[in-house]
Design a protein around this ligand. Sequence first.
Ligand code: DLZ
Length: 165
Amino acid sequence: MSHQIKGVGKLDTAYDGSNLKIGIVHARWNSTVIDALIKGAVEKLKAFGVKESNIVVSSVPGSYELPFGTKVLAESKEGPFDALISIGVLIKGETMHFEYISESVSHSLMKLQFDINKPVIFGLLTCLTEEQALARAGVVEGSHNHGEDWGAAAVEMAIKHNANQ
Ligand code: DLZ
């Protein structure tokens, strides 16, 4: 018998997202995967009760632009937001581009949370192949859409770890 140990654990409580405002910033590179991830995140947010009118979606050209785009949305008149989700899909090519961008964007998104004092959910897929990316966005039959996990993480962080309450 095989036991699956990988993956996000069960939620500790039932969260009510009906009073939350969530900002999503996404890159446009690799749009088939991006679109599926956004859909997964938005559907999960709505399943937690977040109103569609309280979900603001904004785009940047590529993943490199995610930290700045997320900061600008977080501090814009569209807010205040309870949490932000940064979504991008990096797929390794022939050069070192992938390594540099993966690392710098990851560090910048982590740091951004402390700069703006808001949770920034890490929705950056760093994939070695297109197949890996598709298999993490629910595009391949039977695969899990990680965007759903990001939506759930945004609601939990906004409610349980809200530094601005
Ligand atoms: C240039 C580039 C390349 C090669 N690959 C990706 C990718 O796989 N995913 C992604 O989100 N963006 C990529 N980009 C674009 C850069 O992130 C950035 O938009 C440009 O270098 C302009 O700053």
